[in-house]
Design a binder for this molecule. Structure first.
Ligand code: G3P
Ligand code: CA
Length: 372
C-alpha cells in the first residue's frame, strides 16, 4: 500500500511548532529506509539479552531495517540503552557487593520500585556490570549469554548501526526511545537535548534521516520537535494515559490520542504512531486475533505511519490458535509469521519484533502472498 505522504491534512491542526511550520512534508518517509520496516525490538531480544550490542548486531544480521534502543540516563549524564532505569532485571548488579548499598526504593511514574537505578551510577560504574536475560523462563537459551555483554551507550549503538550500514551496504536505522522522560527531567537529568545533540553530532539531520525518536509521553516529543525536524513517533498504550498528562492533571488518555481527531493533533509533531498491537487487531473472546480496528485507516488519514509493537515468537505472547507444540510451555515457539501476516494485511508500515529473522521472512513473503 503506497501513500501520498504530504502534509496537506496536517495544515489546520493545532499548535504548529517552528519546525512543523518549516517542514512542509511531515509524514514523509525516510529515503534511505524501505517503505515497510522490520524493527529489531531491543535488538534481536528473543535471541540475545536485550539492549546489548550483541542483540543489536544479531538483529542486523537477521535482516532488521532498524534497531531499537530504549534510553535512560547515567548519573553523569550519559544516555545508555536499557528498557528501564531499574537494572536488577537485566544486569548482574544485585550480585555486586560494592553496589549493595545503592539498593533503594523510588517512585517512578507513580509506581514504587525497589532496586538499583542507572541515575545512581556513573557510566564507568555501569560499565563494570554485565547484561543478563530478562525472561529466562521464555528464553532459556539466552542465559548462555548472561555475564558476557556490557550496557551500551547510545553513541556505541549509533556506531554499530553506522558501521554495519557500511559493511552491509544498506542503511540500518535507529529507533530511539526516551524512557521515563518526566522522571529524568524531575531529577535534573533531562534526556531530550542530549538525545537530539547526539543524533545531530552523529550525522542525523532532517526529516529524511534514518532515525525515529519515540516516547510514551507527549510533552517531551513536542519539546523535541522544537529542537529538530528529525522524525518523531508517538507511542500509544492500549490503556492508561501518558505520564506527563497525569502529572499535568490532563484528563486525556491514550484512547483519546488514538481517536481520529487525536491523531490529527499527533500529526502536528510526529510522523507516526507506535501502538500496542492489540490497538490494531484486538484479541477475541478466545484470545485469537479478532477484527481490525480503524486505527491504521485513521492514522493514514492523518498522514501518520503505523509501527505496532511487540511481535514475539514464544507461545505465551501469541494468539491461542497460533501456539504450537505444548501450549503451556513458556519457551515453546509458535507461528509468529502467521500473526505478522495478519497484521500486515491491515496496512501497517512496519512492526517491532523480538525476532527480526521471522519478521524479515514474513515481510518479504507478504507481497507475493497478496499478489496470488
Ligand atoms: O517502543 C516501542 C515498544 O518498544 C514499546 O514498548 O515497553 O518495549 O519499550 P517497550
Ligand atoms: Ca521501546
Amino acid at each position: 500500500m503506497k501513500h501520498a505522504w504530504n502534509a496537506a491534512l496536517v495544515m489546520g491542526a493545532v499548535a504548529l511548532t517552528p519546525f512543523s511550520v518549516q517542514s512542509a512534508e511531515i509524514g514523509v518517509k525516510q529515503a534511505q529506509l524501505p517503505d515497510k520496516l522490520v524493527v529489531g525490538h531491543r535488538g534481536a531480544s528473543a535471541l540475545r539479552p536485550e539492549h546489548t550490542l550483541a542483540a543489536y548486531e544479531k538483529a542486523i544480521e537477521d535482516g532488521a531495517d532498524v534497531i531499537e534502543p530504549d534510553l535512560v540516563s547515567t548519573k553523569d549524564g550519559v544516555l545508555v540503552a536499557r528498557h528501564e532505569n531499574e537494572i536488577s532485571g537485566t544486569t548482574d548488579v544485585s550480585s555486586k557487593p560494592e553496589f549493595a548499598y545503592r539498593k533503594t526504593t523510588k517512585t517512578i511514574d507513580n509506581v514504587a520500585i525497589t532496586g538499583w537505578f542507572t541515575e545512581d551510577f556513573t557510566l564507568a560504574e555501569l560499565k563494570t556490570l554485565r547484561a543478563k536475560e530478562r525472561i529466562p523462563a521464555n528464553r532459556p537459551a539466552n542465559t548462555a549469554y548472561d555475564g558476557l555483554y556490557e550496557i551500551p551507550t547510545l553513541q556505541e549503538v549509533i556506531g554499530l548501526a553506522q558501521r554495519k550500514s557500511k559493511e552491509k551496504k544498506r542503511t540500518i536505522g535507529l529507533y530511539a526511545e526516551t524512557k521515563h522522560p518526566s522522571y529524568f527531567q524531575s531529577i535534573g537529568l533531562p534526556m531530550e537535548r542530549r538525545l537530539v545533540d547526539t543524533l545531530h553530532a552523529s550525522g542525523y539531520h532532517g526529516k529524511n534521516a534514518p532515525v525515529f525518536i519515540q516516547s510514551f509521553e507527549v510533552a517531551n516529543l513536542k519539546e523535541i520537535r522544537q529542537m529538530t525536524d528529525l522524525p518523531i513517533v508517538q507511542l500509544l498504550s492500549a490503556a492508561g494515559k501518558p505520564e506527563d498528562f497525569r502529572l499535568a492533571g490532563d484528563n486525556r488518555t491514550y484512547a483519546d490520542i488514538a481517536s481520529a481527531s487525536g491523531l490529527f493533533e499527533v500529526a502536528t509533531y510526529a510522523i507516526g504512531i507506535g501502538p500496542e498491537k492489540n490497538m490494531v487487531i484486538p484479541r477475541d473472546a478466545n484470545n485469537n486475533l479478532g477484527t481490525p480496528t480503524a486505527l491504521v485507516k485513521n492514522a493514514h488519514a492523518a498522514k501518520l505511519l503505523v509501527h505496532p509493537y511487540t511481535f514475539r515468537p514464544e507461545n505465551p505472547f501469541l494468539p491461542t490458535n497460533l501456539r504450537l507444540g505444548d501450549p503451556a510451555s513458556p519457551s515453546q515457539r509458535g507461528n509468529l509469521a502467521a500473526e505478522l501476516e495478519t497484521f500486515l494485511k491491515t496496512g501497517i508500515d512496519g512492526f517491532f519484533t523480538d525476532d527480526p529473522a521471522i519478521g524479515r521472512a514474513a515481510l518479504d513473503a507478504f507481497p507475493k502472498k497478496v499478489e496470488k
